[in-house]
Structure formats: structure tokens, C-alpha cells
Design a protein around this ligand. Structure first.
Ligand code: ATP
Ligand code: MG
Length: 306
């Protein structure tokens, strides 16, 4: 049981990478085994978790030469969180795949082989609707669409919806739009509130959690740390915690996650990684009351410190 989720929007700078990394770290803190797949040659997700671009072979080789991805997966300094770093060669994949048979399924084959090792695989897409994004949409069970709370927020979303429909019709009938995430929300402006209303009107599946504009979220990548490590009590960390909880609830309803305890690990602990299935399975299962109280105390802390 595992789920692959693509974070896609062909618009640049809307918060795809920030959401991939922050959400991944929040899910990992909830004892899920999480893999970030950096499918963007810009390598922002790779560096945001303190990893480096990998020359050893990875996604590019899997897509173009159909080589297995196993060895390319790297642990991070965060417990339960691994990353598949991007490679400099990935930029060429869009062009090289054009003449390949069944080219849209290359990423699916590669990621399906990794499913037994992870509960959640998040794919950070590049800002285009080219073959890398189409491969990610064909490979995933669900797609999350980050939308920046600014003028023209909805522009381009009809194009993205159309692409998703085409993928559903021709490549991946099981693909579900999990929801839109509103990012860089500034509560002091009417504009942010208007965009929120408009997006919620058009997209019923908009997450309740809204990501605020926060300098701490912008600073975290330069330290190679996700927000729940860099500043666990910040408003940004709290928002991504809420998003993670909402996502887990939805995935559990679809039976896409194992019935594991959702217990938050105090963030920032330098725990050696490699979340093995055994490590996960030996975690004592608390009662549902214990789960709620653990989460609430974290939430209150976050409120108090934000
Ligand atoms: N909630 C936020 N508050 C403040 N800054 C943010 C927030 N989210 C993202 N940013 C900043 O905005 C910029 C764009 O964010 P990000 O890289 O996550 O977008 P992206 O959609 O992945 O971009 P690209 O399309 O280039 O891949 C980055 O500098 C990031 O640090
Ligand atoms: Mg990005």
C-alpha cells in the first residue's frame, strides 16, 4: 500500500517545491516513509533537503535507458525522509524521450518499483506541461496543485485541468485531483482573500489548510532544511502540518495508507534515516485518543509560537 502524488502547475514560482518539501517532511514526522522525487532539472527540491545533484545516474537514466532507480535514492538528515535527487542530464530528457515508444510510462515503471519501500512518494514537477510532467501525471495516483494567492492565480489552471483530463482519458484513468493548495496567502490584503474565494468557487477540492506568505518558508531552503526543522513553531510549519493531517485523512479514506499511528516526531532530531518497514511496524500502536492528544499538543505549541 503506497501512494504516489505529483505536485504540478505549469506556472513558475507558485510554491510547488516548497509544498513538496514541507509536506514531505511533515508526513515523515508522522512516521510515514516518504520519498521526494525531484523531477525538475532546477534541482530546488534536491538542495532544499540538503542533498546534492547526483551524477551517478537517477531519474534521467530511468527515463531514457530504463535503468532501475534503487541505488539513486538517498537518505536525508530527516528521519523517514529520502530523496531521489535530480541529475543535470534530466534537462535533456524532455527532448530525448520524444522519439521513444510508450515514453509517457517511463516514470511510472521506475516509481512503481520503489513503492514497496515507501508509504508516500511526492513528485516535484517542473514549471511546464512537457514530458516530465506528463510522465509524473501518468505515474501518480493523485495530483496536488499549488496555486499562489495573487492576481492571475487562475490563469493557466484550465490548461492544466485539460492536460489532467487528457492523462485521465488516455494514460491514467485512476488519477485523482486531490486538491488545490493555496500558497503565499497574505491575510492583510483583499487580493489574497478574493483569490481564495475565487479558487474555492472553481475548485471544490481545495484544501482547508492555507499556506501563509512567510519569510521563514522562503529562508528554509538556503539552510537545506524543511520548515519543520528550520523553524518548527512558525506559522508556515503549522500550515504544512495541517495540510499533512488533511492529506492523511483523505488518503486513509481511499485506503492508500497503511493503518499506522500518526504520532508526530519532535522535529529537528538528527535521527539516522532509512525507514525500514520493520522500524515502522514495531512502532507501538497508540489508541485513537493518544493520537489526538499528541497532535493537539503540537498544534497548540505551534499556535503559541507562531
Ligand atoms: N509561503 C511562502 N511564503 C514566502 N515565500 C515562499 C512561500 N512559498 C514559496 N516561497 C518562495 O517563493 C519562491 C518560489 O517558490 P517555489 O520554488 O516553491 O515555487 P515552484 O512552483 O516550485 O517554482 P518553479 O516553478 O520555479 O519550480 C521561492 O523563492 C520560495 O522560497
Ligand atoms: Mg520548483
Amino acid at each position: 500500500m503506497s501512494v504516489v502524488i505529483a505536485l504540478a502547475n505549469q506556472k513558475g514560482g507558485v510554491g510547488k517545491t516548497t509544498t513538496t518539501v514541507s509536506l514531505a517532511a511533515a508526513l515523515a514526522a508522522r512516521h510515514l516513509r516518504v520519498l521526494i522525487v525531484d523531477a525538475d532539472p532546477q534541482a530546488n527540491a534536491t538542495s532544499a533537503v540538503g542533498a546534492t545533484k547526483d551524477d551517478e545516474g537517477g531519474l534521467y537514466e530511468a527515463l531514457v535507458d530504463e535503468r532501475p532507480l534503487g541505488d539513486a535514492v538517498r537518505d536525508t538528515n530527516i528521519a523517514n525522509l529520502a530523496v531521489l535527487p535530480t541529475t543535470p542530464a534530466l534537462a535533456g530528457a524532455e527532448v530525448e524521450l520524444v522519439s521513444v515508444m510508450a515514453r509517457e510510462y517511463r516514470m511510472k515503471r521506475a516509481l512503481d518499483a520503489l513503492r514497496p519501500r515507501f508509504d508516500v512518494i511526492l513528485v516535484d514537477c517542473p514549471p511546464s506541461l512537457g514530458l516530465l510532467t506528463v510522465n509524473a501525471l501518468a505515474a501518480c495516483d493523485e495530483v496536488i496543485i499549488p496555486v499562489q494567492c495573487e492576481y492571475f492565480a487562475l490563469e493557466g489552471l484550465s490548461h492544466l485541468s485539460h492536460t489532467i483530463e487528457l492523462v485521465q482519458r488516455n494514460l491514467n484513468p485512476r488519477l485523482v485531483i486531490r486538491g488545490v493548495v493555496l500558497t503565499m496567502f497574505d491575510g492583510r490584503t483583499n487580493l489574497s482573500r478574493e483569490v481564495e474565494t475565487e479558487v474555492r468557487t472553481h475548485f471544490k477540492q481545495t484544501f482547508r489548510a492555507v499556506i501563509p506568505r512567510s519569510i521563514r518558508l522562503a529562508e528554509a531552503p538556503s539552510h537545506g532544511e524543511p520548515i519543520n526543522v528550520f523553524d518548527p513553531l512558525s506559522a508556515g510549519a503549522k500550515a504544512y502540518d495541517d495540510l499533512a493531517d488533511e492529506l492523511i485523512e483523505a488518503l486513509r479514506a481511499r485506503d492508500l495508507l497503511p493503518p499506522l499511528p500518526v504520532k508526530v516526531t519532535p522535529p529537528g532530531l538528527p535521527v539516522a534515516i532509512t525507514a525500514t518497514p520493520t522500524a515502522i511496524m514495531t512502532t507501538p500502536a497508540p489508541t485513537s485518543t493518544a493520537i489526538t492528544s499528541t497532535h493537539n499538543s503540537q498544534t497548540e505549541q505551534a499556535h503559541g509560537g507562531a
